[in-house]
Design a protein around this ligand. Structure first.
Ligand code: PMV
Length: 369
């Protein structure tokens, strides 16, 4: 098992002038949610450790909602990293600060970045400002490209190290991004029953996934495509001194234990209970923090009620989950997809902004292009 120290690479021999890489990284949807970071944790240097989750989480990696990012790197003698950021081929100064922060956070572990100028060209497969967070897929794609660069400086590295460090670096960019490196189910955060789990990076779900979850569907209903009302950085901080924080963190451990069994035994009734309760708990935490937020919209509730009614009447195991926003992820097994899609088109699309929704499914993780 790797520790923070093992991720430090001091490579200073640069055997090439230029290189190009391109990776696609998917978004992911948490089933047990990460909401809150540990406070007062120090890293091996005695500095405050960043992005250490207050509780473990687990997610489905998605298949279609992706960020595709290309790196053109050029050796320099400046002694400091420099970069240009393009979004769909055009400069996007609004993203510079995030990228700069990512480079500064990984510098300790990847000092070789200071020998390069980076031209980064990035694009999403999902519509811009769809309300789907692109930070998970975006930071994962950045981390994959950095690891391709590191591998070209150190070709001997193992695959295990490559992916584990990629997840470690992605986490420093945006916590949940560490779950967008691999598929199909990824656990992040130390949990007693998952021996490989770690606060530092995401790991593949260690057991055999029950066939009920193979190609599990996620139809994302775009209820509100506006800018996020609360950034997740501010959101996580609201769990400090939150009156229900400790109980919530305990509950996440219990829910992950229960969900682990469900992912092994295929019990969809139990799956639905845990997943919907997690989604509502996430929003309950936001409603009970100070300041408080309601990120659901009236149409979010309309959709939830329609899903409950449909499930009651048909006994089809369809359920919902939510991120920190108003959009609804509708989750269901592949063998009922025809009926559920019909239901979505007839009864739910009317609640989506401009009737927009995205059909996605569980996927395999980041891919070299
Ligand atoms: O990775 P962040 O800091 O954007 O946090 C993501 C938090 C949730 O999406 C609400 C939950 C999760 O586990 O993905």
């Amino acid at each position: 098992m790797f520790s923070e120290k093992d991720f430090i690479s001091n490579l200073s021999v640069i055997p090439f002038e230029t290189k190009s890489f391109q990776w696609s990284s998917p978004s992911n949807i948490a089933l047990v949610k990460y909401w809150g970071k540990k406070e007062n944790i120090v890293n091996f240097l005695g500095e405050p450790a960043k992005q250490i989750p207050a509780n473990p989480s687990v997610s489905f990696t998605l298949n279609h909602c992706k960020t595709i990012t290309k790196f053109d790197v050029k050796k320099t003698t400046d002694g400091n990293f420099t970069f240009e950021l393009l979004f769909e081929g055009k400069p996007k100064p609004e993203f510079n600060q995030k990228v700069n922060q990512f480079f500064l956070r990984i510098e300790e572990y990847c000092s070789y970045i200071n020998y390069f100028h980076f031209v980064i060209d990035t694009q999403n497969t999902f519509p811009h400002s769809s309300g789907i967070a692109s930070s998970a897929s975006g930071m994962a794609a950045m981390a994959m490209n950095i690891m391709s660069l590191e591998k070209s400086l150190n070709p001997e590295m193992t695959n295990e190290f490559f992916y584990q460090k990629a997840s470690f670096l992605a986490r420093l960019g945006s916590g949940s991004a560490c779950r967008s490196i691999k598929g199909n189910v990824v656990v992040w955060g130390k949990h007693d029953e998952i021996s490989t789990s770690s606060d530092l990076f995401g790991v593949e779900f260690p057991s055999q996934l029950h066939e009920n979850f193979h190609n599990y569907q996620d139809t994302i209903l775009l209820v509100d495509k506006g800018e996020k009302q609360v950034s997740s950085t501010i959101g996580h901080d609201l769990m400090h001194n939150h009156p229900f924080a400790e109980k919530r963190f305990e509950q996440a451990h219990t829910n992950l234990s229960a969900l682990k069994k469900v992912l092994e035994n295929g019990n969809l009734e139990e799956f639905i209970k845990i997943v919907e309760s997690e989604a509502l708990t996430l929003h309950a935490m936001m409603m009970t923090s100070l300041p408080y937020f309601i990120l659901m919209k009236p149409n979010t509730l309309e959709i939830i009620n329609k899903i409950w009614k449909f499930r009651n009447e048909t006994k089809i195991p369809v359920c919902f989950t939510l991120d920190a926003g108003a959009n609804v992820h509708v989750l269901y097994p592949e063998n009922v997809s025809e009926t559920v899609l019909q239901f979505i088109q007839q009864e739910l699309v009317g609640y989506c902004q401009n009737g927009n929704y995205i059909c996605d499914a569980i996927g395999n993780g980041s891919q070299l292009m």
